[in-house]
Ligand binder design. Structure first.
Ligand code: B1M
Length: 208
C-alpha cells in the first residue's frame, strides 16, 4: 500500500494518492509511516528524476500537489499522536528560495507535537524572522533552504538575531537538502536536523 502511494505520487495522481492514504489510515498504518515511507519516499524519487532531467517542473508540481493532498489527511492524526509540548516557533524558507514542501512538513510535524507554529512562508528576509520572534515571543526560529545559493541567508538570520540582541533568547534551527551539521556549526546556528520528524523532536527538546 505504501509503495502504491509512492508510485501514484510520482505520477501526480492526487486523487488516487488521497484515496490510498485514507485506505492506509483505515488499515491502521501509522500517520508517520505513511508520510515517510509513502509520500516522502515518492517525492524523493521525483527529486532524483528532476535532478537527472528525466522530468521537468510541471511534473514536479503535480507530484507536490499529490503530496499536499495526502499529507492534509495525515495532519490531524499526527497532531493526535503527538506528545503535547508548549512552545512557539516561527518557520520560513529563507530569502530567495521558494521551495516549501519540506518546510510545510516540518511545520506539520511540529504542530503534531503540540507546538504553536507561525508560518512565514517562502522568500523570508532575515529581519522578518527576527522581528516575528521578538513580536510573537518565539523560542525558536526555523529556517529551511533547498538551494545552495540561498543557504548563506541562514547565516544572515543568525547575524540579524545577534544584531537585535535576541541571540541568547532564541534558538535557531536549520534544515533542507543541501544543509549539513558542518554548515550549522560554521554559521553558529543551534541545531541542524535532516528530516521533519527529528526537527520536531529537537524543537520540543528546546522548548522543554
Ligand atoms: Co527546485 N531545486 N528549483 N523546485 N527542487 C531542487 C532543490 C534541486 C536540488 C533540483 C536539482 O537537482 N536540480 C535544485 C537545487 C540545486 C542546488 O541548489 N544545488 C533546484 C533548482 C535549481 C531549482 C530552480 C532554480 C530551478 C529553475 O528555475 N531553474 C528553481 C528555484 C526557485 C526558487 O526557489 N527561487 C526551482 C523550483 C522548483 C519548483 C517550483 C519546481 C519546485 C518547488 C515547489 C515547492 O516547494 N512548492 C521544486 C522542487 C519540488 C524541487 C525538488 C525536485 C524537490 C524538493 C522537495 O520538495 N523535496 C528538488 C530536488 C531534490 O531535492 N532532490 C529541487 C521533498 C521535500 C520533502 O524534501 O525539502 O529536502 P526537503 O525537506 C526535507 C528535509 O530536507 C527536511 O525535512 C523535509 C522532510 O523530511 N527539512 C528540514 C527541510 N527543511 C527543514 C528545516 C528544518 C529541519 C529539516 O529545520 C528548521
Amino acid at each position: 500500500m505504501l509503495s502504491q502511494i509512492s508510485e501514484n505520487l510520482q505520477k501526480g495522481k492526487a486523487k488516487v494518492v488521497k484515496q490510498l492514504v485514507q485506505e492506509a489510515i483505515d488499515a491502521g498504518i501509522s500517520a508517520q509511516e505513511i508520510l515517510e515511507k509513502g509520500l516522502i519516499a515518492g517525492m524523493n524519487v521525483v527529486g532524483e528524476k528532476f535532478r537527472n532531467n528525466e522530468i521537468f517542473v510541471p511534473e514536479v508540481l503535480v507530484a507536490a500537489r499529490a503530496l499536499n493532498m495526502g499529507s492534509a489527511l495525515l495532519k490531524p492524526l499526527l497532531a493526535a499522536d503527538g506528545i503535547k509540548a508548549s512552545g512557539r516557533v516561527c518557520i520560513g524558507t529563507v530569502q530567495g528560495d521558494l521551495h516549501d514542501i519540506g518546510k510545510n512538513l516540518v511545520k506539520m510535524m511540529m504542530e503534531g507535537k503540540g507546538l504553536e507554529v507561525i508560518d512565514l512562508g517562502t522568500d523570508v528576509a532575515p529581519d522578518t524572522f527576527v522581528k516575528t520572534a521578538v513580536e510573537q515571543d518565539c523560542q525558536i526560529i526555523c529556517c529551511s533552504a533547498l538551494l545552495t545559493t540561498t543557504m548563506p541567508m541562514m547565516a544572515e538570520v543568525v547575524k540579524a538575531a545577534e544584531a537585535a540582541g535576541i541571540r541568547n533568547k532564541v534558538k535557531i534551527m536549520i534544515g533542507g537538502a543541501p544543509v549539513s551539521e558542518e554548515f550549522c556549526a560554521q554559521i553558529g546556528a543551534d541545531k541542524y536536523t535532516p528530516d521533519a520528524a527529528s526537527a520536531a523532536d529537537a524543537a520540543v527538546a528546546f522548548c522543554a
